[in-house]
Design a protein. Sequence first.
Length: 97
Amino acid sequence: MEISKEQVEHVARLARLEVSEDEKAMFARQLSGILTYMDQLKELETKGVEPPATVLPTDNVFRDDDVRPSLLQEKALSNAPDQADGFFRVPKILEDR
């Protein structure tokens, strides 16, 4: 599958990333290669193959859920550049469409 520089520009704009012309071309090539490989994987026969929950073996990765003292709200907000009513305030980043 071929990814165009325009598609790379669109994704970069959504992610709010500045991407140079050289990077657009490089990312288009890299993403096209990844999607081409994914198309090859689609051709494999996978009927009857149980999907793994994880690719790495794991043994009981859960810890006990113990009640412990937590950070006080005042302490958590003490370095906040902007706060209101006990919450962090952050700039609005939604675009009008």
